[in-house]
Design a protein around this ligand. Structure first.
Ligand code: FE2
Length: 188
């Protein structure tokens, strides 16, 4: 079921089938990442507790909706390129290179700390994918750049909760979700 890696019999006009396959493979990884992200955001929406519950609970639903739209555009671009988008949970888990979200029921500030790390990872990989498609396919590149504008704004929504009046993030220097959650809790 890894047809995204196979050379399609057709792709969009002016791209070679090989380049269409390359772009589709890049997009399959982004589809996995965005699907993982909207499911994780819902998981946080359901498991956030304590003070600021309602603010974080309600902040996340528009992000879930926007990221779901990004998955749809990404999957349909893969199909447009002549490849096969893989959207099942099993395919996602089998091919993802990152770990499942680490927190269950936890306070708002801990989830926000962990989500800072989640967005850090998704945005970094999305920027790499945008860079990799710059020379291959302008339309895909434009779509990814559009996603980044929204993802980076959502990342700011998360980070604004973790920021001091002097502009310092409580999660600065952390590289894991649990470490960031702990740093955010200790600062809050
Ligand atoms: Fe809900």
């Amino acid at each position: 079921m890894s047809a995204a890696k196979h050379v399609p019999t057709y792709t969009v006009p002016s791209l070679t089938a090989e380049d269409g396959a390359k772009v589709a493979e890049i997009l399959q990884d982004r589809l996995n990442s965005l699907t993982d992200l909207h499911l994780t955001l819902k998981h946080v929406h359901w498991n956030v507790v304590g003070p600021h519950f309602i603010a974080v609970h309600e902040m996340l639903d528009p992000q879930v909706d926007a990221v779901r739209l990004m998955t749809d555009a990404t999957a349909e671009r893969i199909a447009t390129l002549g490849a096969e988008p893989l959207g099942t949970p099993g395919a996602l888990v089998a091919s993802r290179t990152w770990e499942d979200y680490h927190l269950g029921r936890a306070t708002a500030i801990e989830h926000l700390g962990a989500l800072d790390e989640v967005y850090q990872g998704v945005i970094t990989a999305h920027r790499e994918a945008a860079k990799a498609t710059e020379e291959l396919d302008d339309v895909t590149n434009d779509m990814l750049i559009g996603h980044l504008g929204e993802l980076e704004q959502f990342h700011w929504f998360v980070r604004a909760h973790l920021e001091s009046a002097t502009g310092k993030l409580s999660t600065e220097g952390e590289t894991s979700e649990l470490g960031a959650a702990r740093a955010a809790r200790e600062a809050g």
